[in-house]
Write a protein that binds this ligand. Structure first.
Ligand SMILES: *Cc1c(COP(=O)(O)O)cnc(C)c1O
Length: 400
C-alpha cells in the first residue's frame, strides 16, 4: 500500500536573501516602521510601494494581520455600528470576525457548486436586506464571476470589499484580484502565498479611504512617511477624525516579505503545476467531483477542493480517516464541530439572527479540502492524488 509521509503544514524555508534582509534590520535596531534615518524609506515603506506596483494600484498599506486589515478596510469604507454587510457563508472565521469588530451585521450569502458566492442568492439578499456593503471572500482561491458581482454592486449601490487571503497573485480576466472593489485585503500569514508569520496588506485606489486606513492602522502623525499613500493634504481633516487602532507591520516582517513578493509569480506557477497534477489524477475517478473554473478565472492552486456528492457523512469520515492513516490530510468544512482552522458558518454563534443556509450546508457536507504546500514535489502530488483515489474507491466498494 502507498503511504505519504511529509507534513501538510510545512512551508518552504525563508530564502537566504530574505533572511539576510531580516538580519540587516535586526542589526540596525530599527524595527519600528517609522524609525528610519532621515530621508531614508523604511522596509515597510518599500514593501508598500512594491506591493502597490505589483497590484497596479496607487495605494497600499501594510498591517499586523489579514484579519486586522479587513477590520480597518471595513471601517475605512464607512461601515459603522448596525450596518449590514453581505458576506459569503463559506469563508474563514476572521471574515465574520472583522464585520463583528465593526459592530456591523453580517448578512450571509449561500455558495454555489463551485464554492463561489451564489449570484442568485446575492442578488436576492442585496435586494431584501438593503445592505450597502459586500465583503467578498475569494475563499480557497475560487473567484466568482466578477463581471456579475460588479453588476449587482452597481445595481444596489453596494461598496465592494475584497478578501484576497487566497488570491494573492490571481486574476480575473487579466485584472489582479483585489482591484475590483473599493478596497482589498491580503494576508501574509504563514499558510498564505507569502510568509511573514503574521501580516496583512490593504490596497485601494480611493485617496480618502486609504488616508483613513493609514490613520486607523496607527500612523500617528507620521503618515507623510508612507510612499504608497495619498498626498498629505488628504489627511488634513481625516487625521483628527479617525481613531488610532494600532496594528502596524514592522520592518523585520516587511524585509522578509520584499524578496518573496519578487518571487510571487514564480511561486504561483509552481502551485498551479502541482494543482494541475493532482486535479488531473482526481479527475480520473468518477466519484470525485472537481470544481469548474470560468475561463476568465486565473487562480492560484495553493489548495484544492473536491466533492464526493454521492457519499454519506459516515463515508466522508471514512475517507478522511483512511487518507489520514496513509499520511494524506484532508479537511472537511461540513463538520458540525469546528476543528483546527475550519468552522462552518453556524458555529459563529455570536452572530445575531443566524439564518439556515440549506444549500451551503448541503454543498459543504461533501466538500473536502487539501493544502498543497510547495515543500511537496510534483511526484509527491501524484502519490497523494493516487492515495485519495484509492481510498475513495475502497470506501465506495466497501459500503455499496
Ligand atoms: C487567513 C485568512 C484571513 C485572515 O488572515 P490572518 O492574517 O490570519 O488574520 C482572512 N480570510 C481568509 C479567507 C483567510 O484564509
Amino acid at each position: 500500500m502507498k503511504y505519504f509521509n511529509k507534513p501538510f503544514t510545512q512551508q518552504e524555508a525563508i530564502a537566504a536573501n530574505a533572511i539576510d534582509a531580516g538580519i540587516k534590520v535586526m542589526r540596525s535596531g530599527r524595527l519600528h516602521r517609522y524609525n528610519s534615518k532621515a530621508g531614508e524609506p523604511s522596509e515597510t515603506d518599500l514593501l508598500e510601494i512594491e506591493f502597490a506596483q505589483y497590484m497596479q494600484t496607487p495605494f497600499a498599506l501594510a498591517c499586523a494581520s489579514g484579519g486586522y486589515a479587513l477590520h480597518i478596510a471595513l471601517c475605512a469604507a464607512g461601515v459603522s455600528a448596525g450596518d449590514k454587510v453581505l458576506c459569503n457563508a463559506f469563508t474563514l472565521a476572521p471574515v465574520p470576525g472583522a464585520i463583528h469588530n465593526c459592530k456591523a451585521l453580517p448578512i450571509l450569502v449561500d455558495i454555489d457548486v463551485n464554492f463561489c458566492i451564489d449570484l442568485g442568492h446575492l442578488h436576492q439578499q442585496a435586494k431584501t436586506s438593503g445592505a450597502k456593503y459586500l465583503l467578498l471572500s475569494h475563499m480557497r482561491g475560487h473567484i466568482a464571476n466578477m463581471d456579475r458581482i460588479l453588476h449587482i454592486c452597481e445595481l444596489f449601490d453596494i461598496t465592494l470589499i475584497e478578501d484576497c487571503a487566497h488570491t494573492m497573485g490571481a486574476c480575473w480576466d487579466n485584472q489582479p484580484s483585489g482591484t475590483f472593489g473599493a478596497v482589498a485585503c491580503f494576508s501574509t500569514q504563514t499558510y498564505k502565498h507569502v510568509n511573514s508569520g503574521e501580516g496583512g496588506l490593504l490596497i485601494s485606489k480611493n485617496a480618502q479611504l486609504m488616508a483613513r486606513a493609514i490613520i486607523y492602522s496607527g500612523s500617528y502623525m507620521l503618515y507623510h512617511h508612507h510612499l504608497a499613500a495619498p498626498d498629505p493634504e488628504v489627511f488634513t481633516d481625516i487625521r483628527l477624525q479617525t481613531p488610532n487602532y494600532s496594528g502596524r507591520m514592522d520592518n523585520l516582517r516587511a524585509a522578509i516579505l520584499r524578496p518573496q513578493l519578487r518571487d510571487l509569480d514564480k511561486q504561483c506557477h509552481r502551485w498551479n503545476k502541482r494543482y494541475a497534477l493532482i486535479e488531473q489524477t482526481l479527475s480520473l475517478c468518477s466519484i470525485i467531483k472537481l470544481t469548474q473554473r470560468h475561463v476568465k478565472e486565473q487562480f492560484v492552486g495553493s489548495t484544492i477542493q473536491f466533492s464526493l456528492p454521492s457519499f454519506t457523512e459516515q463515508e466522508i469520515l471514512t475517507v478522511i480517516a483512511q487518507c489520514s492513516a496513509r499520511g494524506v490530510v484532508l479537511k472537511w468544512f461540513g463538520d458540525t464541530i469546528p476543528q483546527g482552522y475550519t468552522s462552518r458558518y453556524d458555529s459563529w454563534c455570536y452572530l445575531e439572527n443566524m439564518p439556515r443556509l440549506a444549500k451551503t450546508e448541503q454543498l459543504l457536507s461533501t466538500l473536502l479540502d487539501m493544502r498543497i504546500p510547495l515543500t511537496f514535489s510534483e511526484d509527491d502530488c501524484l502519490l497523494i492524488a493516487d492515495i485519495i483515489c484509492e481510498v475513495v474507491m475502497n470506501t465506495f466498494w466497501s459500503v455499496k
